[in-house]
Design a protein around this ligand. Structure first.
Ligand SMILES: [Zn+2]
Length: 400
């Protein structure tokens, strides 16, 4: 037990030092000791280990003429360690390699063929990366991110958007657990990854906030007192299946009128018809961006649909605010493509609905990150929550 505690303390201190060096390029050991209140000896020992293991760099010992010889200035060493992120979406796996400084250094889209499953294709993609691009030693772990509720108790995933085959469905989690025995592996819900990226990389100061992710489905992740509600398994909240209309359109989950049936991109074409003729009528597939542009151009049906979608989201969000009272609502994923009219309408309706005392003190904005920030969030969540400096976690497996 004592050794386990010592390992936890060492891991926690090394992560703290790494994180401070990340945020304060060029910091010295003395400043680190002052900021962390660790002893100078502890800081010196741990920093030496981080340098020795190639996580950080002492620019004072660097030979680079550009950096110069400034002793004791510490920076993180980019592109030395990576996390592989496999984002499973409909019929495709997006493979990304992200270094632990947050730089995405490899991105590839791999199409699922009829004879392949998510598991066989994931294994193939990782094997190719290890054969051709990255050494095994520089990969800290593998994250699989899915738009799904991941049930840790029954070891099952429930998704209304993934193209899971019958052969995938059975024992998927159990097989994933053993798919990459040489690495620690985590399966994470994509909305939680987006939300974590937003929290870390946009330096959110509010302790209580909700991140609503627009993708093929709709999801939400909530932070209370600075902590993610539940873990990153999507098992605590299914915002996309909140129904403001139980007599509405049938949802893939079996319920009716779920937010996903009203707010997701693939429902735009069906819904636009209910508002009369539109500039977009001839388009086979209509994106959020198309809808925004048509509305900005004055297309009546598009304006009406944007306003309707904003009202539905505002009603659902007003109810969410009554339950957890977040100070900030962030609309992320592909939501920013809905543009300024949608956000203005959302704010207007939100001010009209819900418990005024709470709703009036909640602000809202679009995500400030790219729509593919999920991979950065997955890497950072994995690094912060699961990676350990103090022990080798090869073969470990986490749900969320
Ligand atoms: Zn549903």
């Amino acid at each position: 037990m004592r050794i386990a505690n010592q390992q936890l303390i060492k891991d926690s201190n090394m992560k703290l030092l790494y994180s401070i060096v990340h945020q304060n390029r060029g910091i010295s050991r003395t400043q680190l000791a002052r900021m962390t209140r660790l002893s100078k000896t502890t800081v010196s020992t741990l920093v030496d280990e981080l340098i020795c293991r190639n996580f950080i760099l002492d620019t004072g010992s660097s030979e680079s003429e550009n950096i110069g010889r400034r002793p004791n200035n510490l920076i993180i060493r980019p592109q030395s360690y990576y996390v592989i992120v496999l984002n499973w979406i409909v019929d495709i796996i997006f493979v990304s390699v992200v270094d632990i400084a947050g730089n995405s250094v490899y991105n590839k889209s791999c199409q699922l063929s009829p004879e392949e499953t998510y598991l066989t294709l994931s294994r193939k993609c990782v094997d190719q990366l290890l054969d051709t691009r990255f050494s095994r030693e520089c990969i800290l772990g593998i994250c699989v991110s899915v738009s799904a509720m991941i049930d840790a108790v029954h070891e099952e995933i429930y998704s209304t958007t993934l193209s899971l085959k019958k052969s995938d469905d059975i024992n998927l989690i159990r097989e994933l657990r053993h798919l990459f025995p040489a690495f620690p592996v985590a399966i994470l819900e994509d909305t939680a990854c987006y939300a974590y990226a937003e929290k870390v990389y946009t330096h959110i100061e509010e302790d209580n906030f909700a991140f609503i992710n627009f993708g093929r489905g709709i999801g939400a992740t909530i932070f209370i007192n600075g902590m993610m509600l539940g873990n990153a398994s999507g098992a605590v909240t299914q915002f996309g299946h909140y129904s403001p209309d139980f007599s509405g359109e049938l949802c893939a989950c079996g319920n009716r009128g779920c937010l996903e049936t009203i707010l997701s991109e693939h429902s735009i074409k069906r819904q636009l018809k209910t508002f009369g003729s539109s500039l977009l009528d001839l388009q086979e597939h209509i994106t959020f961006s198309d809808l925004n542009k048509a509305a900005l151009f004055g297309d009546y049906a598009s304006l009406q649909l944007l306003s309707f979608m904003a009202e539905i989201l505002a009603k659902a969000t007003a109810n969410l605010i009554c339950i957890v009272n977040p100070d900030l609502i962030i609309l992320g994923g592909s939501a920013p493509a809905l543009g300024p009219i949608f956000l203005t309408e959302f704010r207007r309706f939100l001010s009209e609905y819900g418990f005024n005392k709470m709703v009036s003190s909640t602000s809202s904005r679009y995500s400030q990150l790219d729509s593919d920030a999920c991979k950065n969030g997955a890497m950072k969540y994995f690094f912060d929550q699961h990676f350990s400096f103090a022990q080798n976690n090869a073969g470990a497996f986490w749900i969320g």
